[in-house]
Design a protein around this ligand. Sequence first.
Ligand code: ADP
Length: 398
Amino acid sequence: MAFTKDDIRAALGAVMHPSGEDIVSRGCVMNIAVCDEHASIRVCMTQGEPDATQPPKEQLTKVGAVIDSCVRASAKEQGINDLGLIIDFVNHQGEVVMKLKGDVKSGGNAGEPSKQGGNTPQNKDATGVPGVKHIIAVGAGKGGVGKSTIAVNLAVGLAKKGHAVGLLDGDIYGPSLPTMMGLQSHDQVVIEGALQPFMVHGVKCITMGKLVETDKPLIWRGPMAHGAFHQLIERTQWGELDYLIIDLPPGTGDVPLTLAQSVQLAGAVVVCTPQKVAQDDAVRASAMFESLGVEVLGVVENMSFFIGDDGKEYDIFGRGGAQTMAQKLNHPFLGAVPINMALRSNGDTGNPSANFDADSAGGEQLPKALSGMVDQFEAQVTLAQMSRGAGKPTLSIS
Ligand code: ADP
Protein backbone atom coordinates (compact mmCIF):
# COMPACT_ATOMS: atom_id res chain seq x y z
CA MET A 1 0.00 0.00 0.00
CA ALA A 2 1.33 3.46 -0.78
CA PHE A 3 0.48 6.76 0.80
CA THR A 4 -0.70 9.05 -2.00
CA LYS A 5 -1.61 12.65 -2.74
CA ASP A 6 -5.25 11.59 -2.82
CA ASP A 7 -4.98 10.19 0.73
CA ILE A 8 -3.55 13.53 1.87
CA ARG A 9 -6.18 15.52 0.01
CA ALA A 10 -8.91 13.41 1.59
CA ALA A 11 -7.38 13.94 5.05
CA LEU A 12 -7.18 17.69 4.47
CA GLY A 13 -10.91 17.70 3.74
CA ALA A 14 -11.38 17.47 7.50
CA VAL A 15 -9.42 20.67 8.19
CA MET A 16 -11.67 23.67 8.60
CA HIS A 17 -11.02 27.21 7.35
CA PRO A 18 -12.29 30.02 9.63
CA SER A 19 -14.96 30.68 6.96
CA GLY A 20 -16.58 27.35 7.90
CA GLU A 21 -15.60 25.60 4.67
CA ASP A 22 -12.87 22.96 4.64
CA ILE A 23 -9.49 24.08 3.27
CA VAL A 24 -9.69 21.77 0.23
CA SER A 25 -13.10 23.00 -0.95
CA ARG A 26 -11.97 26.56 -0.37
CA GLY A 27 -9.01 26.04 -2.73
CA CYS A 28 -6.42 26.77 -0.03
CA VAL A 29 -4.33 23.65 -0.74
CA MET A 30 -1.88 24.85 -3.37
CA ASN A 31 0.38 21.83 -3.64
CA ILE A 32 0.85 18.36 -2.21
CA ALA A 33 4.01 16.35 -2.71
CA VAL A 34 4.50 12.88 -1.34
CA CYS A 35 7.27 10.38 -1.72
CA ASP A 36 7.55 7.24 0.43
CA GLU A 37 7.49 8.48 4.03
CA HIS A 38 7.87 12.17 3.28
CA ALA A 39 5.18 14.66 2.40
CA SER A 40 5.00 18.39 1.95
CA ILE A 41 1.89 20.52 1.74
CA ARG A 42 1.56 24.12 0.62
CA VAL A 43 -1.40 26.07 1.94
CA CYS A 44 -2.58 29.62 1.24
CA MET A 45 -5.17 30.52 3.87
CA THR A 46 -6.19 33.70 2.06
CA GLN A 47 -6.72 32.05 -1.31
CA GLY A 48 -9.43 33.88 -3.25
CA GLU A 49 -9.12 36.98 -1.05
CA PRO A 50 -6.24 38.94 -2.60
CA ASP A 51 -6.71 41.90 -0.26
CA ALA A 52 -6.81 39.89 2.95
CA THR A 53 -3.88 40.03 5.36
CA GLN A 54 -2.33 36.75 6.43
CA PRO A 55 -3.85 35.21 9.57
CA PRO A 56 -1.84 35.70 12.76
CA LYS A 57 0.99 33.31 13.52
CA GLU A 58 -0.94 31.61 16.35
CA GLN A 59 -3.82 30.82 14.01
CA LEU A 60 -1.52 29.39 11.34
CA THR A 61 0.15 27.25 14.01
CA LYS A 62 -3.24 25.91 15.11
CA VAL A 63 -4.32 25.12 11.55
CA GLY A 64 -0.89 23.52 11.02
CA ALA A 65 -1.42 21.31 14.07
CA VAL A 66 -4.79 20.12 12.75
CA ILE A 67 -3.33 19.45 9.29
CA ASP A 68 -0.47 17.58 10.95
CA SER A 69 -2.71 15.32 13.02
CA CYS A 70 -5.18 14.58 10.17
CA VAL A 71 -2.42 13.75 7.68
CA ARG A 72 -0.48 11.69 10.23
CA ALA A 73 -3.59 9.69 11.10
CA SER A 74 -4.16 8.95 7.43
CA ALA A 75 -0.49 7.94 6.98
CA LYS A 76 -0.80 5.55 9.93
CA GLU A 77 -3.68 3.81 8.18
CA GLN A 78 -1.23 3.10 5.38
CA GLY A 79 1.31 1.71 7.83
CA ILE A 80 3.49 4.85 8.00
CA ASN A 81 4.13 5.67 11.64
CA ASP A 82 6.85 8.23 11.26
CA LEU A 83 5.82 10.56 8.47
CA GLY A 84 8.24 13.37 7.62
CA LEU A 85 5.82 16.24 7.09
CA ILE A 86 6.48 19.83 6.10
CA ILE A 87 3.69 22.38 5.95
CA ASP A 88 4.36 25.67 4.18
CA PHE A 89 1.88 28.47 4.59
CA VAL A 90 2.25 30.82 1.63
CA ASN A 91 0.83 34.17 0.59
CA HIS A 92 -0.64 35.04 -2.82
CA GLN A 93 2.79 35.49 -4.34
CA GLY A 94 3.70 31.96 -3.26
CA GLU A 95 6.15 33.27 -0.65
CA VAL A 96 6.44 31.15 2.46
CA VAL A 97 5.10 33.07 5.46
CA MET A 98 5.45 30.19 7.88
CA LYS A 99 7.09 26.79 7.68
CA LEU A 100 6.22 23.98 10.06
CA LYS A 101 8.30 20.84 10.17
CA GLY A 102 8.04 17.59 12.08
CA ASP A 103 5.40 16.76 14.64
CA VAL A 104 3.46 20.00 15.08
CA LYS A 105 1.67 20.59 18.38
CA SER A 106 -0.68 23.50 18.74
CA GLY A 107 0.34 26.15 21.22
CA GLY A 108 3.52 24.63 22.68
CA ASN A 109 7.09 25.17 21.59
CA ALA A 110 6.91 22.36 19.08
CA GLY A 111 4.42 24.46 17.17
CA GLU A 112 6.90 27.24 16.62
CA PRO A 113 7.85 27.59 13.03
CA SER A 114 11.10 25.82 12.35
CA LYS A 115 13.94 28.14 11.46
CA GLN A 116 15.22 27.65 7.96
CA GLY A 117 18.12 25.34 8.36
CA GLY A 118 18.90 23.44 11.48
CA ASN A 119 20.25 23.26 14.91
CA THR A 120 23.79 24.54 15.05
CA PRO A 121 23.99 28.10 13.86
CA GLN A 122 26.92 29.10 11.76
CA ASN A 123 30.00 29.98 13.66
CA LYS A 124 29.63 33.50 15.03
CA ASP A 125 33.17 34.22 13.89
CA ALA A 126 32.22 33.24 10.33
CA THR A 127 33.77 35.49 7.72
CA GLY A 128 31.63 37.85 5.72
CA VAL A 129 33.09 39.75 2.80
CA PRO A 130 32.50 43.50 2.72
CA GLY A 131 30.73 44.53 -0.49
CA VAL A 132 29.51 40.99 -1.29
CA LYS A 133 25.74 40.55 -1.15
CA HIS A 134 25.34 36.76 -1.26
CA ILE A 135 27.97 34.13 -0.50
CA ILE A 136 26.76 30.78 -1.81
CA ALA A 137 28.45 27.40 -1.39
CA VAL A 138 28.19 24.67 -3.99
CA GLY A 139 28.63 21.28 -2.36
CA ALA A 140 28.29 17.62 -3.18
CA GLY A 141 28.26 14.45 -1.15
CA LYS A 142 31.04 12.94 -3.26
CA GLY A 143 33.60 13.87 -5.89
CA GLY A 144 33.11 13.52 -9.61
CA VAL A 145 29.42 14.40 -9.75
CA GLY A 146 30.12 17.70 -11.51
CA LYS A 147 30.16 20.06 -8.53
CA SER A 148 32.89 22.28 -10.01
CA THR A 149 31.23 22.19 -13.44
CA ILE A 150 27.96 23.39 -11.94
CA ALA A 151 29.69 26.03 -9.78
CA VAL A 152 31.54 27.39 -12.83
CA ASN A 153 28.47 27.44 -15.06
CA LEU A 154 26.30 28.95 -12.36
CA ALA A 155 28.83 31.75 -11.93
CA VAL A 156 29.19 32.36 -15.67
CA GLY A 157 25.41 32.19 -16.18
CA LEU A 158 24.81 34.75 -13.43
CA ALA A 159 27.47 37.03 -14.93
CA LYS A 160 25.79 36.70 -18.34
CA LYS A 161 22.60 37.97 -16.74
CA GLY A 162 24.42 41.11 -15.67
CA HIS A 163 25.34 40.27 -12.08
CA ALA A 164 28.72 41.02 -10.56
CA VAL A 165 30.01 37.55 -9.71
CA GLY A 166 33.04 36.08 -7.95
CA LEU A 167 34.05 32.42 -7.96
CA LEU A 168 36.27 30.97 -5.29
CA ASP A 169 37.82 27.57 -5.79
CA GLY A 170 37.41 26.24 -2.27
CA ASP A 171 38.33 22.77 -3.45
CA ILE A 172 41.82 23.44 -2.17
CA TYR A 173 43.00 19.83 -2.42
CA GLY A 174 41.95 19.46 -6.04
CA PRO A 175 41.52 22.90 -7.60
CA SER A 176 39.86 22.64 -11.02
CA LEU A 177 39.30 26.31 -11.75
CA PRO A 178 42.64 26.86 -13.52
CA THR A 179 41.52 24.34 -16.15
CA MET A 180 37.79 25.01 -16.20
CA MET A 181 38.10 28.80 -16.40
CA GLY A 182 41.18 28.75 -18.66
CA LEU A 183 43.66 30.36 -16.28
CA GLN A 184 46.77 28.45 -17.36
CA SER A 185 48.49 31.36 -19.07
CA HIS A 186 47.51 33.89 -16.38
CA ASP A 187 49.78 34.80 -13.48
CA GLN A 188 48.51 35.67 -10.06
CA VAL A 189 48.88 39.40 -9.39
CA VAL A 190 49.26 40.66 -5.84
CA ILE A 191 49.02 44.39 -5.15
CA GLU A 192 49.99 45.61 -1.69
CA GLY A 193 49.33 42.17 -0.25
CA ALA A 194 45.89 41.85 -1.88
CA LEU A 195 45.27 39.00 -4.33
CA GLN A 196 43.78 40.32 -7.55
CA PRO A 197 41.12 37.98 -8.87
CA PHE A 198 41.35 36.86 -12.50
CA MET A 199 38.57 38.41 -14.57
CA VAL A 200 37.59 35.71 -17.07
CA HIS A 201 34.25 34.92 -18.72
CA GLY A 202 32.79 37.89 -16.88
CA VAL A 203 33.62 36.33 -13.48
CA LYS A 204 36.23 37.27 -10.87
CA CYS A 205 38.01 34.04 -9.97
CA ILE A 206 40.53 33.01 -7.39
CA THR A 207 42.06 29.59 -6.89
CA MET A 208 44.70 27.89 -4.83
CA GLY A 209 45.72 26.29 -8.12
CA LYS A 210 47.49 29.53 -9.11
CA LEU A 211 49.29 29.90 -5.78
CA VAL A 212 50.81 26.46 -5.33
CA GLU A 213 52.41 23.92 -7.61
CA THR A 214 49.46 21.74 -8.54
CA ASP A 215 51.56 18.84 -9.77
CA LYS A 216 52.58 18.19 -6.17
CA PRO A 217 49.97 16.71 -3.83
CA LEU A 218 48.53 19.17 -1.34
CA ILE A 219 48.95 17.33 1.93
CA TRP A 220 47.36 19.82 4.23
CA ARG A 221 45.87 18.95 7.53
CA GLY A 222 42.55 20.48 8.53
CA PRO A 223 43.84 23.68 10.20
CA MET A 224 46.19 24.40 7.30
CA ALA A 225 43.41 23.91 4.77
CA HIS A 226 41.22 26.16 6.86
CA GLY A 227 43.92 28.85 7.02
CA ALA A 228 44.57 28.69 3.28
CA PHE A 229 40.87 28.94 2.50
CA HIS A 230 40.50 31.97 4.73
CA GLN A 231 43.41 33.71 3.16
CA LEU A 232 41.87 33.15 -0.26
CA ILE A 233 38.62 34.75 0.82
CA GLU A 234 39.96 37.54 2.97
CA ARG A 235 43.05 38.56 1.02
CA THR A 236 41.31 38.78 -2.33
CA GLN A 237 40.25 42.17 -3.54
CA TRP A 238 36.74 41.18 -4.62
CA GLY A 239 35.22 44.65 -4.90
CA GLU A 240 31.43 44.87 -5.02
CA LEU A 241 29.77 41.56 -5.86
CA ASP A 242 26.20 40.38 -6.13
CA TYR A 243 27.26 36.75 -5.72
CA LEU A 244 30.36 35.01 -4.50
CA ILE A 245 30.09 31.34 -5.47
CA ILE A 246 32.29 28.97 -3.48
CA ASP A 247 33.13 25.58 -4.92
CA LEU A 248 33.54 23.55 -1.71
CA PRO A 249 35.63 20.39 -1.40
CA PRO A 250 33.44 17.32 -1.95
CA GLY A 251 31.95 15.25 0.84
CA THR A 252 30.85 15.96 4.36
CA GLY A 253 34.12 15.38 6.18
CA ASP A 254 35.93 17.69 8.48
CA VAL A 255 37.33 20.00 5.81
CA PRO A 256 34.14 20.88 3.85
CA LEU A 257 32.25 21.13 7.13
CA THR A 258 34.75 23.50 8.72
CA LEU A 259 35.00 25.62 5.59
CA ALA A 260 31.23 25.86 5.18
CA GLN A 261 30.91 26.83 8.82
CA SER A 262 33.53 29.51 8.66
CA VAL A 263 31.90 31.72 6.02
CA GLN A 264 28.66 33.67 6.34
CA LEU A 265 26.76 31.73 3.72
CA ALA A 266 23.46 32.98 2.34
CA GLY A 267 22.71 29.46 1.17
CA ALA A 268 24.00 26.35 -0.50
CA VAL A 269 23.44 24.43 -3.70
CA VAL A 270 23.79 20.64 -3.63
CA VAL A 271 24.89 18.88 -6.82
CA CYS A 272 23.92 15.27 -7.30
CA THR A 273 23.77 12.67 -10.05
CA PRO A 274 20.58 10.63 -10.26
CA GLN A 275 21.69 7.21 -9.02
CA LYS A 276 20.80 6.00 -5.53
CA VAL A 277 24.34 5.94 -4.12
CA ALA A 278 24.90 9.53 -5.22
CA GLN A 279 21.57 10.58 -3.72
CA ASP A 280 22.51 9.07 -0.37
CA ASP A 281 25.66 11.18 -0.34
CA ALA A 282 23.73 14.26 -1.37
CA VAL A 283 21.29 13.72 1.49
CA ARG A 284 24.29 13.79 3.81
CA ALA A 285 25.61 16.98 2.17
CA SER A 286 22.22 18.59 2.56
CA ALA A 287 22.08 17.49 6.23
CA MET A 288 25.53 19.00 6.73
CA PHE A 289 24.36 22.40 5.50
CA GLU A 290 21.17 22.22 7.53
CA SER A 291 23.09 21.28 10.66
CA LEU A 292 25.11 24.46 10.15
CA GLY A 293 21.94 26.52 9.80
CA VAL A 294 22.64 27.09 6.08
CA GLU A 295 19.58 27.02 3.88
CA VAL A 296 19.77 24.62 0.95
CA LEU A 297 18.60 26.82 -1.93
CA GLY A 298 18.24 23.86 -4.22
CA VAL A 299 19.47 20.65 -5.77
CA VAL A 300 20.89 20.33 -9.28
CA GLU A 301 20.64 16.96 -11.00
CA ASN A 302 23.78 16.67 -13.07
CA MET A 303 24.35 14.00 -15.73
CA SER A 304 20.61 13.55 -15.68
CA PHE A 305 20.26 11.88 -19.08
CA PHE A 306 22.01 11.60 -22.41
CA ILE A 307 20.81 12.40 -25.89
CA GLY A 308 22.30 10.04 -28.45
CA ASP A 309 23.05 10.73 -32.11
CA ASP A 310 19.75 9.02 -32.84
CA GLY A 311 18.05 11.89 -30.99
CA LYS A 312 16.75 9.53 -28.31
CA GLU A 313 17.09 10.37 -24.62
CA TYR A 314 18.83 7.70 -22.55
CA ASP A 315 18.36 7.73 -18.79
CA ILE A 316 21.75 6.22 -18.06
CA PHE A 317 21.85 6.93 -14.33
CA GLY A 318 18.09 6.89 -13.72
CA ARG A 319 16.86 10.36 -14.59
CA GLY A 320 14.80 12.09 -11.92
CA GLY A 321 16.52 10.42 -8.95
CA ALA A 322 18.00 13.65 -7.60
CA GLN A 323 14.76 15.49 -8.27
CA THR A 324 12.86 12.93 -6.21
CA MET A 325 15.46 13.24 -3.48
CA ALA A 326 15.04 17.04 -3.50
CA GLN A 327 11.29 16.60 -3.23
CA LYS A 328 11.67 14.21 -0.30
CA LEU A 329 13.84 16.70 1.54
CA ASN A 330 11.58 19.57 0.54
CA HIS A 331 14.42 21.37 -1.20
CA PRO A 332 13.74 23.32 -4.36
CA PHE A 333 14.85 21.60 -7.57
CA LEU A 334 17.01 23.90 -9.65
CA GLY A 335 17.09 21.80 -12.78
CA ALA A 336 18.55 18.86 -14.65
CA VAL A 337 21.76 19.15 -16.67
CA PRO A 338 22.24 16.40 -19.27
CA ILE A 339 25.42 14.48 -19.98
CA ASN A 340 26.84 16.56 -22.76
CA MET A 341 30.08 16.27 -24.65
CA ALA A 342 30.40 20.03 -25.20
CA LEU A 343 30.06 20.65 -21.45
CA ARG A 344 32.97 18.30 -20.80
CA SER A 345 35.16 19.64 -23.61
CA ASN A 346 34.42 23.30 -22.85
CA GLY A 347 35.38 22.46 -19.25
CA ASP A 348 38.63 20.86 -20.36
CA THR A 349 39.52 23.82 -22.57
CA GLY A 350 38.50 26.46 -20.07
CA ASN A 351 35.73 27.96 -22.16
CA PRO A 352 32.51 27.81 -20.10
CA SER A 353 31.02 30.80 -21.96
CA ALA A 354 30.62 28.49 -24.96
CA ASN A 355 28.14 26.36 -22.99
CA PHE A 356 25.63 29.19 -23.25
CA ASP A 357 25.88 29.50 -27.00
CA ALA A 358 23.89 26.95 -29.04
CA ASP A 359 26.44 26.92 -31.90
CA SER A 360 29.34 25.94 -29.63
CA ALA A 361 27.28 23.83 -27.25
CA GLY A 362 26.04 21.33 -29.82
CA GLY A 363 22.51 22.72 -29.89
CA GLU A 364 19.96 24.53 -27.75
CA GLN A 365 19.63 21.87 -25.11
CA LEU A 366 22.66 22.66 -22.94
CA PRO A 367 22.27 26.48 -22.97
CA LYS A 368 18.61 26.01 -22.12
CA ALA A 369 19.32 23.63 -19.24
CA LEU A 370 22.02 25.89 -17.78
CA SER A 371 20.02 29.11 -18.17
CA GLY A 372 17.01 27.41 -16.55
CA MET A 373 19.21 26.41 -13.62
CA VAL A 374 20.52 29.97 -13.26
CA ASP A 375 16.96 31.41 -13.35
CA GLN A 376 15.76 28.96 -10.71
CA PHE A 377 18.75 29.74 -8.54
CA GLU A 378 18.12 33.48 -8.72
CA ALA A 379 14.47 32.92 -7.84
CA GLN A 380 15.41 30.84 -4.80
CA VAL A 381 17.92 33.44 -3.57
CA THR A 382 15.18 36.07 -3.81
CA LEU A 383 12.68 33.85 -2.00
CA ALA A 384 15.19 33.04 0.74
CA GLN A 385 15.93 36.73 1.14
CA MET A 386 12.23 37.47 1.43
CA SER A 387 11.62 34.70 3.94
CA ARG A 388 14.38 36.19 6.06
CA GLY A 389 12.44 39.44 6.00
CA ALA A 390 14.66 41.42 3.65
CA GLY A 391 13.37 43.06 0.52
CA LYS A 392 9.66 42.77 1.17
CA PRO A 393 7.11 44.64 3.22
CA THR A 394 6.95 43.18 6.73
CA LEU A 395 3.92 41.00 7.24
CA SER A 396 1.61 42.30 9.90
CA ILE A 397 1.36 39.32 12.21
CA SER A 398 -0.20 40.39 15.45
P1 ADP B 1 33.47 17.38 -9.15
O1 ADP B 1 33.74 18.83 -8.93
O2 ADP B 1 32.17 16.93 -8.57
O3 ADP B 1 34.60 16.47 -8.77
P2 ADP B 1 33.76 18.03 -11.96
O4 ADP B 1 32.89 19.21 -12.15
O5 ADP B 1 35.24 18.25 -11.85
O6 ADP B 1 33.26 17.14 -10.74
O7 ADP B 1 33.44 17.02 -13.17
C1 ADP B 1 34.16 15.84 -13.37
C2 ADP B 1 34.28 15.61 -14.87
O8 ADP B 1 33.00 15.34 -15.42
C3 ADP B 1 34.82 16.81 -15.64
O9 ADP B 1 35.65 16.35 -16.68
C4 ADP B 1 33.59 17.46 -16.23
O10 ADP B 1 33.86 18.15 -17.44
C5 ADP B 1 32.71 16.25 -16.48
N1 ADP B 1 31.29 16.56 -16.40
C6 ADP B 1 30.62 17.10 -15.35
N2 ADP B 1 29.31 17.23 -15.64
C7 ADP B 1 29.14 16.77 -16.90
C8 ADP B 1 28.02 16.64 -17.79
N3 ADP B 1 26.79 16.99 -17.41
N4 ADP B 1 28.25 16.15 -19.04
C9 ADP B 1 29.49 15.78 -19.42
N5 ADP B 1 30.57 15.86 -18.64
C10 ADP B 1 30.42 16.35 -17.39
